[in-house]
Design a binder for this molecule. Structure first.
Ligand code: MV4
Length: 505
């Protein structure tokens, strides 16, 4: 390798995305420095980086969000770049600004592009000028009730009140008639003020039951802006995505081309650099509308990597170092089908209540076209202080049917004991005929999974896990701790009667 791009990269995150960045750095031969809170002393990312520095107590404000502390550590330990992952500081323009002042490269877009795209009203104005299709509605923040009334009449009810600083569904209110407009505006303003410290709201036509389709883009400092096709992310619950896939079953090659061109236009109009994602709503009539642009590497980026063969985090690092987008990325195509399931520390059988505790056993599925991006291992303490994502299971297969089958089997082979997860819920979604048919709309979970029968199988009791761990020790001793395939899984060695569950699905 001609150049390893950076001397040392500080990874300003935790969990699976910190591991993803560390692994990309390993590919490039770049040393990494992890930062961690006192809750993460034994965390996988802390143990995996070349160096690790404790930066504060568990509350994010005092550790993973403490910009000054992170910059100090970067300077003290000779890091010349910082990767923010997603969440935490990833979309906070104060980090790229602080990096700039300290002479450190921020692996991501400029603070200016972040500010523009973080404000939905400003970005709507910018994108309207650039000729990108927008959802009908206000082109400026609403200043008076009359303005809202007029915009609502013009767009036609139902309408949606949205926060300018929003995203992710916070501060949104659906309004179905003029009678409730005023109270909805006031409620949305209060919620926006609370969530973002900014009560600016505006109005759009409400698109009923859309699909959520987003395009991955890459832009370098040499004038190249490209897209890497779409991801379909319609399977969500309460604005939290749980399953993502690519290609989308909804797009024809003609619409894909148009949306891709619009995504590139958005990035160019915003002066965007590095990896980003342009979100669109896709309505039941085949119309698509710019929603927002996310200025980070996203949780679901691996499905794009699987079908294009591009390492997006490596490209992020190269671009930040001033390199052009890699040559091999210029003639990519979509090969086969990829699906990602997020494994959350949530009780999928009990209204997704947060689950915490120690992971007592962790066995990941393996096989061709099966990828696990995980931030945990046996022994990891899972608290409630951070994002509940434990790992992501990603599969790649020649077509969608095979990808679904591969995913169902891989989910069945994934064993995490000690805490509850969303694993079983995922299997039920994937086995649903509506999912199989490709009718994946944003209302899927509430429409098709609401009446889901709760199946009390997932074992996470301490007794069961301890007995399986004890069994494993015995088995390992008897086979000399040999090859993995020589060791029966605890599911094979412990009868279901002992742990009160059905085996398999
Ligand atoms: C919309 C919409 C319908 N009409 N805007 C939700 C999060 C935020 N990023 C934008 N969102 C929506 N905006 C109009 N004019 C429906 C949603 C929406 C949604 C969007 C993407 C994925 C899942 C969603 C679930 C509910 C609502």
């Amino acid at each position: 390798m001609a150049d390893k791009y950076f001397k040392k990269i500080l990874v300003a995150n935790r969990g699976e995305i910190a591991m993803r960045v560390i692994n990309a750095c390993r590919l490039l031969g770049i040393p990494t420095l992890a930062v961690y809170s006192t809750a993460d002393k034994e965390a996988v990312h802390t143990r995996s980086a070349d160096e690790a520095v404790e930066i504060g107590p568990p509350p994010p404000n005092e550790s993973y969000l403490a910009i000054d502390r992170i910059i100090d550590v970067a300077k003290q330990f000779d890091c010349d770049a910082i990767h923010p992952g997603y969440g935490f500081l990833a979309e906070n323009p104060l980090l790229p600004e602080a990096c700039g002042k300290a002479g450190i490269i921020f692996i991501g877009p400029s603070a200016d592009a972040m500010r523009l795209l973080g404000n939905k009203v400003q970005s709507r104005i910018k994108m309207a000028d650039a000729g990108v299709p927008l959802i009908p509605g206000m082109k400026s923040a609403g200043a008076s009730l009359e303005q809202f009334e007029e915009a609502a009449e013009k767009a036609g009810y139902p309408v949606l009140i949205k926060a300018a600083a929003g995203g992710g569904g916070k501060g949104m209110r659906i309004v179905r008639s003029a009678e409730t407009l005023k109270e909805s505006i006031e409620a949305a303003m209060r919620e926006a003020k609370n969530a973002f410290g900014d009560d600016t709201v505006y109005l759009e036509k409400y698109v009923e039951n859309p699909r959520h389709i987003e395009f991955q883009v890459l832009a370098d400092n040499h004038g190249n802006t490209i897209h890497l096709f779409e991801r379909e992310c319609s399977i969500q619950r309460r604005h939290q995505k749980i399953i993502e896939e690519t290609p989308s079953t909804a797009l024809t090659s003609e619409i894909r081309e148009k949306m891709g061109a619009a995504a590139v236009k958005v990035a160019e109009a915003a002066g965007y650099r590095n990896a980003g994602t342009v979100e669109f709503l896709y309505d039941t009539e085949g119309g698509f509308y710019f929603l927002e642009m996310n200025t980070r590497i996203q949780v679901e980026h691996p499905v794009t990597e699987m079908v294009t063969g591009v390492d997006l985090v490596v490209e992020q690092i190269r671009i930040a170092a001033g390199e052009p987008i890699s040559d091999y990325v210029r003639n990519i195509s979509q090969r086969g089908h990829s699906i990602e399931c997020r494994i959350y520390a949530e009780d999928g059988e009990d209204n997704f209540m947060p689950s915490s505790g120690k992971i007592l056993y962790n066995e990941e599925p393996v096989g061709p076209g099966i990828r696990v991006d995980s931030g945990v291992a046996a022994g990891t303490m899972v608290g409630v202080e951070y994002d509940p994502i434990l790992a992501k299971l990603i599969v790649h297969a020649p077509d969608r049917d095979m990808a679904i089958n591969k995913m169902i089997n891989a989910l069945k082979d994934y064993r995490i004991l000690g805490i509850k997860t969303s694993r079983r819920f995922m299997i039920d979604v994937l086995e649903h005929t509506e999912f199989r048919s490709g009718r994946t709309y944003t209302s899927f979970i509430e429409t098709h999974m609401a009446g889901r029968k709760v199946d009390t199988d997932e074992v996470s009791s301490l007794a069961a896990a301890v007995s399986s761990a004890a069994m494993m020790r015995k088995v390992n001793a008897s086979v000399g701790g040999g090859k993995k395939e020589m060791r029966p899984s605890p599911w094979q060695t412990i009868g279901p009667w002992e742990i009160g569950m059905r085996i398999g699905k």
